[in-house]
Design a protein around this ligand. Structure first.
Ligand SMILES: *Cc1c(COP(=O)(O)O)cnc(C)c1O
Length: 399
């Protein structure tokens, strides 16, 4: 043996004594039931797993609002689900229209490109929502077979509010539509069958309030037909939807499923079903509105105009004379609350997904945020912010 054991410390020496409250753009806090499920290992095949998988699919169909779409999981980040949706639906030369509002929607374009698709982008710059008219014009001009877009662009907190209209237009031109709903699923309406979405992508660690690393996606019957009829071989063995179908629908082996993560996802989905989607949407909308009003009442500005503003991740302009990085560090160190910076924009982002949308977490977060800004040289009116948060929450019936 040439190599001796390395000198390392235990996790206790690395992790903070008290876990930070995760209020950034993901991962988000998980309910105790989800954490408990995540600590269990079971056989990845057999009767017990089959029952778990059956329930995961039934509950996922409710969350996706679909009667009979194909539901598959993937061992991997939401990006793996994005890649799985794209690479199964795209063959070399497939024309793809990628609607790009920012970082994550561009990732879909890049993935399609790497699969050999003929990708054209519809770039929607700044902080505005994509309009149905511009999509229709692009579809008429480019004649794509597939359209990709995000429901919520987490990177710059833009909401594609005209998603239903855009899906209808795409459908009327015979295009399949792939929607990234990673940060929005179960936080706001998403109606796979009614809107005519052909593939919905989600991850565990955002809207669903589960753990990172296990993701779900769905394919409409139309999309599944296209997958079954594809000519080109799939370059990715792990992401091959026809192989995944063996595990997810035929009780047989593809690869060893991430059993603990699937159990965690089962519990996350079960909690959503118990809460019901309408109640969950209301809780998210109310908490996000209360937080937004509170932030504005402190004297800060939100990045995105109201009509295009995402509710599941709130983007706040960093006030002049203050370093966003310093605010975040101070919040983590002193108040044990973690929020996010952004990719290149001078904003701070506070998540409103799943367990982040609770009265006690948003009070703690708003207080930590305002107090930290003041501590690093800014000047916000914290009492007014907290009062406004309280007012909006109370008027909305509490959360
Ligand atoms: C976070 C996020 C992703 C990527 O998720 P990973 O789990 O990091 O791969 C993709 N799309 C959107 C909209 C996201 O918010």
């Amino acid at each position: 043996m040439r190599h001796s054991p390395p000198a390392v410390v235990s996790l206790d020496a690395i992790l903070p004594e008290e876990p930070l409250l995760m209020m950034g753009a993901g991962p988000v806090p998980i309910p105790a039931r989800v954490a408990a499920a995540n600590s269990i290992v079971i056989n990845h095949l057999g009767e017990t797993m089959n029952r778990v998988i059956e329930q995961v699919k039934v509950m996922a169909r409710y969350v996706f609002q679909t009667g009979n779409a194909q539901v598959l999981g993937v061992a991997g980040p939401a990006s793996a689900a994005m890649e799985m949706a794209v690479c199964n639906l795209v063959e070399p030369g497939t024309k793809v229209l990628a609607i790009c509002n920012g970082f994550f929607s561009q990732r879909l374009a890049e993935m399609a490109n790497r699969c050999g698709a003929d990708v054209v982008t519809l770039d929607v710059p700044g902080t505005r929502t994509t309009t149905p008219d511009e999509v229709e014009a692009a579809i008429k001009r480019e004649r794509p077979a597939l359209v990709t877009l995000v429901q919520g662009e987490t990177s710059n907190t833009v909401w594609n509010r005209y998603l239903p209209e855009i899906c209808a237009i795409a459908r009327s031109h015979g295009c399949l539509v792939v929607v990234d709903a990673v940060c929005t699923l179960s936080t706001m309406p998403m109606d796979m069958d009614d809107w005519g979405v052909d593939s919905i992508i989600t991850g565990g660690q955002k809207g669903l309030s589960s753990i990172p690393g296990v993701s779900l996606l769905s394919f409409s019957l139309e999309a599944w037909k296209r997958i079954e009829g594809r000519n080109a071989a799939m370059a990715h063995w792990c992401l091959d939807a026809r192989l995944a179908d063996r595990f997810w629908n035929k009780n047989s082996y593809h690869y060893t499923a991430p059993v603990s993560g699937i159990l965690a996802l089962h519990e996350a989905l079960r909690l959503i079903c118990t809460e019901t989607l309408p109640a969950r949407f209301h809780r998210h909308e109310l908490c996000s509105q209360a937080l937004q009003r509170g932030i504005e009442a402190m004297g800060l500005d939100l990045l995105v105009p109201e009509e295009a503003r995402l509710s599941s991740v709130v983007g706040i302009k960093v006030p002049a004379g203050v370093s966003g990085e310093e605010v975040r560090r101070y919040m983590s160190r002193v108040y044990k609350v973690e929020i996010s910076g952004a990719f290149g924009l001078d904003i701070l982002r506070i998540g409103q997904m799943g367990e982040q949308c609770r009265a006690h977490t948003i009070f703690r977060t708003l207080h930590a945020f305002g107090s930290s800004i003041n501590a690093v040289g800014g000047k916000v009116d914290l009492p007014s912010g907290v009062a406004e948060l309280e007012r909006v929450l109370t008027e909305g019936g509490g959360a």
